[in-house]
Write a protein that binds this ligand. Structure first.
Ligand code: URA
Length: 185
């Protein structure tokens, strides 16, 4: 699938129950030939309404996190989610839902060919690493997804509730930035 086919396929997807309650599927946003890919969990109410990932409160924090490492939404950065449709009440997507949606994220990554993936929170980390992980244990380390370096950090919505962990997320972003810089040398 190319981008147009992928977009059409996601928009019409009925592979899981989430299609019944969504306003629209949210594919992702940004530079389609980026060095950075950030992967969240799934759209919330505002994302479902607007069709763009991370445009609510958590999105504002994500934008601030990007700015802290001199990045900007859409410039050398693509933002996607593990599931493309909003889980009702913003619950965590079920394993069946993440499995049904996986081929879309898989294809996005293949098309984007990022140099570095930042998994925001546990559902993204577990989906990409195909293993049970805890963010607190996985953060601060370098993983690999299909030859692409992957770093795990806290989800911005979690950071809004747990301010002390913001410092750890900052460390993770610094690790991500220095890792990418080393690749560029
Ligand atoms: N949380 C996510 O994981 N993704 C969004 O797009 C918005 C909030």
């Amino acid at each position: 699938m190319d981008w147009d086919e992928l977009r059409a396929s996601v928009a019409a997807c009925d592979a899981c129950e989430l299609c019944k309650t969504r306003k629209q599927a949210v594919l992702g946003v940004g530079d389609v030939s980026p060095e950075w890919l950030f992967v969240g969990e799934g759209p919330g109410a505002e994302e479902d309404a607007r069709g763009e990932p991370f445009v609510g409160q958590a999105g504002k924090l994500l934008d601030a996190m990007l700015a802290a490492i001199d990045l900007q939404r859409g410039r050398n950065v693509y933002i996607a989610n593990t599931v493309k449709c909003r889980p009702p009440g913003n619950r965590t997507p079920t394993p069946a839902e993440t499995a049904a949606c996986w081929p879309y994220l898989e294809r996005q990554i293949a098309l984007l060919k990022p140099k570095l993936i930042v998994a925001l929170g546990k559902p993204a980390a577990q989906t990409l690493l195909r293993t049970e992980v805890k963010v607190g244990e996985a953060r601060g380390r370098l993983f690999e997804y299909n030859g692409i370096t992957l770093i795990v950090t806290y989800h911005p919505a979690y950071l809004l509730r747990t301010l002390p962990d913001k410092a750890k997320a900052w460390e993770d972003l610094c690790l991500a930035r220095s890792t990418l810089r080393k690749m560029q040398k």
